[in-house]
Design a protein around this ligand. Structure first.
Ligand SMILES: [Zn+2]
Length: 63
């Protein structure tokens, strides 16, 4: 048996194919950010982890 039973959940960025390795267990619908290209990714399922590009929010909230 493998001793590595604590393998991090991870998936691949659909934008740049970089590895997405969440710091903790992601939740469905959570937004993660790609470390490689900075794109925002929405978690669409968690087991196995899969993500989609999050819709870009360009709204100006009056900053
Ligand atoms: Zn990326």
């Amino acid at each position: 048996m493998s001793a590595n039973t604590t393998a991090a959940v991870q998936t691949t960025c659909p934008e740049c194919e970089g590895a997405i390795v969440p710091q903790r267990s992601p939740l469905n619908g959570e937004i993660l950010q790609c470390d490689q290209c900075g794109v925002e990714l929405e978690v669409t399922c968690t087991d196995p982890l899969c993500v989609e590009l999050a819709p870009e929010v360009e709204e100006d909230w009056g900053e």
